[in-house]
Design a protein around this ligand. Structure first.
Ligand code: SF4
Length: 68
C-alpha cells in the first residue's frame, strides 16, 4: 500500500503527523515533506487513519494491485 500526497494542497496543520510522525514527516514549516509514502507492513490502519485525519483531503490511499 502507498499513500499519494498532493503536497501543493497541504495547508500545514500537522493532523497527519499527529497520527503518525513516522509515516507523515513534516518540513520545518509544518508542511508534509513527501509526495508518496510506502506503507510498511502492519502500518496500513495507521496510514488510513492519517489519510482520514487530513481535513484538506490531500492524501489518497493506493492499494496494492494484488491485495484482493
Ligand atoms: S493533515 Fe493534510 S494538510 Fe495537514 S499537514 Fe498533513 S497533509 Fe498537510
Amino acid at each position: 500500500m502507498k499513500v499519494r500526497i498532493d503536497k501543493a494542497a497541504c495547508v500545514g496543520n500537522a493532523r497527519c503527523w499527529a497520527v503518525s510522525p513516522e509515516l507523515f514527516p513534516l518540513d520545518d514549516d509544518g508542511y508534509i515533506l513527501v509526495e508518496e509514502v510506502e506503507v510498511p507492513a502492519g502500518m496500513e490502519d495507521l496510514a488510513r487513519r492519517g489519510v482520514r485525519a487530513c481535513p484538506e483531503r490531500v492524501m489518497q490511499i493506493m492499494e496494492d494491485d494484488n491485495s484482493q
